[in-house]
Structures are given as C-alpha cells and as structure tokens.
Design a protein around this ligand. Structure first.
Ligand SMILES: Cc1ncc(COP(=O)(O)O)c(C=O)c1O
Length: 438
C-alpha cells in the first residue's frame, strides 16, 4: 500500500470502488463557475454540475455570502415545536414554483430522505382518508430513488438492491423501463416509441386490484440509470391511469427540478401534475445539503382535517429546514430568478443537443439522447466486461480536464445552467478524441 493509499483509508467512499480509486485518486480542491481545480492546479471542466446539483455553477458570491451571514446570525434552529421565520418565507417562495395544485412543502436533507418522506406521506395519506388497504407502491425498472430502504425498494437498479435483497420493503411492483434502444436510438428530445409501456401499470393493478395501491413513483427523466427520456405521451398516460384508480403519482425530480429541463420542474415541461414532487440537489445548487417534498393541497388538507391539535405526521429530521440550508436555498432561488437560469437552460438546450449528437458515428457510440440540459452518450460495452469502457473513459476524460458522470458504459451530462457554448464544444471535442483511443 502506498503512503497516499494508506492516508486515504479512513474515508469509506460512497458508490465508489474504494481500492481502485485510492490507487489512482481523482481529487479536486477548489471550484469556481464551470471549473474545478485539482490539488496540482489543473482545471477540470464540470459537465455534470458536481453530481447533478450545482445548477448555478460553483462559488456563486451571492450564495456564499448568504450562507456566511446566516452562520453568523443563527447556527441552528429546531423545527419540532419551534420555528425559524425564514423557513416559512422560503416555503412560500418554493411553492410558487410548483404546479398550481401543489402548495405545501416538507423539508428534508437529501434526495433519499425526500423519497422516503414522500413514500411515507403517500402511505399515511391513504390511511388518513380511510383507504388503509392501499399499501402497495409501484416503481420502475432502472429507477433511482436514493438509498433509503424505501428508495431502493421502489428503485429498479439491480446492484443497489442485490446486497439488501431480503430486506427490501414488501408490496412493491415495478413498471418496465422505457429504454428502447432498438427503436429510439439517437432520438433528439422525447422518443416516438414506448407510450404503451405506461399501460403496464394497468396489468399491475389488475394483478393486485387497484384498491391496494397507494402510489406510483417515477423520475420524469431517469437520471442515474443513464438519462432515459420519457417516450411521447408516456407521463400523461401514467397520470390518466393513476387518476382512473385514485392512486397518487409521485415525480422524483431530484435531478429534473430547478431548471435542468428548462423550466421549474419536469411537471411543467411535460404538462403533467403529480400529487407529490421530491427534490434536493439544485434546490440549493448543491451548496448545503437540503431536500424538499412538495405535496398537493388535497394531501395536506387530509392531514390537517384531523380533529384537535395533535401531530399530523410522525416524521421529520433534526435538520429539516436547517438555517444554513434555508439561507443557501433562498439565495440560490434568487440567483436562478435574477439571472434567468432556467430560461437560459431552455435556450442552450438546442446547442447542447447539436453538440452531443455530433458524436454520432464516433467509435463505440450506440446511442445519444438529450432533453433540456440533460444528456447521455451510450457506448457499446466491452464483451464480458460491462462498465469497463466507462471507467476507462472517466479516467481519461478527467486526465484531459473534463468531468462527466458514468453509469455503466453510458456517459451522462448535466452541466451547470451557466454553461456557455464554448464549454459544450470543449467537452464534446475532448470526448471525441478520447472515444477514438478507447
Ligand atoms: C432521482 C433521484 N432521487 C433521489 C436521489 C438521491 O439523492 P441523495 O443522493 O441526495 O440522497 C437521487 C440522486 O442522484 C436522484 O437522482
């Protein structure tokens, strides 16, 4: 073991091959705008907004100042039976961004907590309204909903489930994923084929009876499984089926929320209103951990109609609405609005699309897909070694000054919304040269 490897042993890194990484670490120690800087002073272009989260770019002075000022004013406030005025003000601002029927927010600290909170709210809601038999949940293959037990149970990524397979929550079914490579490869925007995959929900409901199902949860655009864009009409069809059977629809917008697709939420982009929206990441542009679960008036009213002043939901976190997160979120939202960053994402989407699709025909590329400022280039796996080409590319791109995200052999992009045309061209040309030598 080298000295460097030994000194890195204490940190058990998340979702990382620790031993391989520590032999050849990819370290960053400063960030500004679109770039990270490595400890040896190299600039690395960030085409994934850290981890799909730094939508305002790195080191925005207004966000930094807000966090600093809040830290000096009040470090922490409890929200169990006490309150901090800024958290209520922020809730009003945030619910101004959601679809009309959604006007309430429950604060969490991460996407995983948002998802488990949403699932618990859905289950409790069904009980509150006298539908206690509605205990089943429906997720989707290749869905990523974080790492809580609820999230991995409704999630559909094999590796995330396998080590815990006997301990997943019961009563969960999965819709088929929508990645139809044969029919939809190299589609720009929403694919033509696959709306009928939403009808599989009817089959699941037939099997169990609709009156046993509490909620369906999907990412409007699946992110972590490699940017899977919903087929045309698919999300609307899901909404229709849920409405027909009085089932809640949850959109996990941890990635798609806050401008990623060129509007506040995917719900607005695809014109489908869910009952619950889960968020995190772009909420604070990744600066301070925070999540938020937005719930419809219908759901909130059900809990608030209980007699007396008892606790309506036995759930919450020590750090729900942490003052630093609230300050970061407020400043982030002001930056998004003042700099028109969601609009900017919409405007840059065409340039991003053209640049990504220019990689068609390069070695190993079997699909390119995109929506808003989310995109992916899928590579043919090396026979018998899935993921190996992806890891090779990750290292080579980092060495060449580019940060992307890899899932298996798919390269994902989710740049900060401040991205300029020059950045996407730099990224694509770097990638093009590396694809040729893989
Ligand atoms: C759609 C979705 N849900 C939930 C999560 C989990 O978020 P976190 O890592 O903040 O727990 C993620 C993270 O990538 C995500 O993409």
């Amino acid at each position: 073991m080298s000295d460097q490897t030994r000194s890195m042993e204490s940190f058990w890194m998340p979702f990382t091959g620790n031993r391989a990484f520590k032999k050849n670490p990819r370290l960053v120690e400063r960030a500004e705008g679109m770039f990270y800087t490595t400890p040896d002073g190299r600039e690395v272009l960030d085409m994934v907004a850290g981890l799909w989260c730094c939508n305002a770019g790195h080191g925005h002075p207004r966000i930094i100042r807000a966090i600093q000022e809040q830290a000096a004013e009040m470090d922490y406030a409890p929200h169990f039976n006490f309150g901090h005025p800024a958290a209520y003000e922020l809730a009003e601002t945030l619910t101004g961004l959601t679809p009309d029927s959604i006007n309430h927010v429950f604060y969490t600290n991460s996407g995983s907590e948002s998802v488990d909170t949403a699932l618990k709210i859905a289950l409790a809601y069904q009980k509150e309204r006298g539908q206690a038999a509605r205990t089943r949940l429906v997720g989707r293959e290749r869905g990523y909903h974080g790492v809580g037990f609820g999230g991995i149970s409704v999630g559909g990524i094999q590796n995330n489930r396998m080590q815990f397979s006997n301990s997943l929550i019961p009563g969960v079914d999965h819709l088929p994923h929508t990645h139809l490579l044969d029919q939809n490869a190299f589609t720009r925007g929403t694919p033509e084929h696959g709306i009928e995959l939403a009808d599989q929900l009817e089959n699941i409901l037939d099997l169990h009876h609709p009156s046993t199902v509490a909620a369906v949860i999907v990412e409007p655009v699946a992110g972590s499984a490699g940017v899977l864009i919903p087929p045309k009409g698919y999300l609307k069809r899901l909404r229709e089926i849920c409405d027909r059977h009085d089932i809640l629809l949850i959109f996990d917008e941890v990635i798609t929320g806050f401008g990623r697709l060129g509007d506040n939420f995917a719900s607005q982009v695809f014109e489908v209103s869910p009952d619950i929206i889960t968020t995190a990441k772009g909420l604070t542009s990744g600066t301070v951990p925070m999540g938020a679960v937005f719930v419809s008036d219908k759901i909130y009213a059900e809990f608030m109609s209980k007699p007396g002043g008892s606790i309506e939901l036995f759930h919450g976190y020590t750090y729900s609405a942490h003052p630093l997160a609230v300050a970061a979120c407020k400043a982030t939202q002001q930056v998004y609005a003042d700099e028109g960053l969601f609009q900017r994402a919409a405007e840059m989407a065409g340039v991003f699309e053209d640049a990504l699709h220019s990689l068609k025909g390069e070695p190993h590329v079997i699909d390119i897909r995109n929506y808003g400022l989310m995109g992916a280039v899928e590579m043919q796996p090396i026979e018998g070694q899935p993921g190996a080409r992806g890891m090779d590319l990750l290292q080579k791109t980092f060495d060449a000054g580019l940060m992307v995200r890899i899932t298996g052999d798919t390269i994902a992009f989710s740049p900060p919304l401040i991205m300029e045309e020059s950045h996407i061209h730099q990224a694509v040309e770097t990638l093009r040269s590396i694809l040729k030598i893989l």
